[in-house]
Design a protein. Structure first.
Length: 235
């Protein structure tokens, strides 16, 4: 008993195009042809095709299937590598599900980098945006410090800075810079590594510089300049 290419594909639960592709890349041997020129597939071809489909369904890349048939060692290495990839993928998906669960509880978390799981509803839109920017330039240790910093209660001066109008007068800007000075100094003392990393990327990363200039209004930028001067003058 022999089968045509189409019949073989149907028996194996695949497509005519797939069978032809396996021939082209050398995974499936070409069968003999009958007197009429049509291919004549036999049971060995069907078994080979079923085994290929079995490995494909497990996630084995087509490029690795031929080598697997060469030795048991090759087959074991390929399957163990695939198992490790699947394990990593499952762990990643589990982390994603946990993050999704948090976001479903607090939609505001979708606007923040991974790892923020507390009450961050009082963060301004600008601060959320800058946190996203910093997540691309700070290392994991620095971002852990950022999350710890934002888990603490926000000082009133920070909220006033977030709401500062672009046309705020000079006296208001100076007063606010002075109010923020002890807050910033406390951060410097408790998170020296974070302060150093943030200052470094703020000066060297165009993404951060553009974020500061485009997201903060002129009055807020002036407050930040005044704050920097006050910190440099402080003993």
């Amino acid at each position: 008993m022999t089968w045509s290419t189409r019949e073989l594909a149907e028996l194996a639960g695949t497509t005519l195009k797939t069978v032809r592709y396996y021939h082209r890349i050398g995974l499936l041997d070409e069968p003999e042809r009958g007197a009429n020129g049509y291919k004549r597939y036999r049971i060995a071809h069907l078994i080979r095709l079923l085994r290929i489909r079995r490995l494909v369904d497990l996630g084995v890349p087509l490029a690795d299937i031929e080598a697997m048939g060469e030795s048991d060692g090759n087959a074991e290495r390929t399957l163990r590598a695939l198992d490790a990839e699947l394990e990593a993928s499952i762990e990643r998906q589990e982390r994603m599900r946990k993050e999704l669960a948090l976001i479903l509880e607090r939609r505001s978390l979708v606007d923040l980098p991974p790892g923020f799981d507390g009450d961050v509803a009082d963060l301004s839109e600008v601060e959320r945006s800058m946190l996203m920017v910093f997540s691309r330039v700070l290392d994991a240790k620095a971002m852990d410090a950022v999350r710890e910093l934002h888990a603490a209660p926000r000082p009133p001066a920070q909220a006033e800075f977030d709401a500062l109008d672009a046309d705020a007068d000079e006296a208001t800007r100076q007063r606010l810079a002075e109010a923020l000075t002890p807050v910033a100094r406390h951060q410097i003392e408790t998170q020296p590594a974070l302060t150093e990393a943030t200052a470094r990327v703020a000066l060297s990363e165009p993404m951060v510089l553009r974020g500061l200039v485009e997201l903060y209004n002129p009055a807020q930028l002036d407050v930040l300049r005044r704050l920097s001067a006050l910190l440099n003058l402080a003993p």
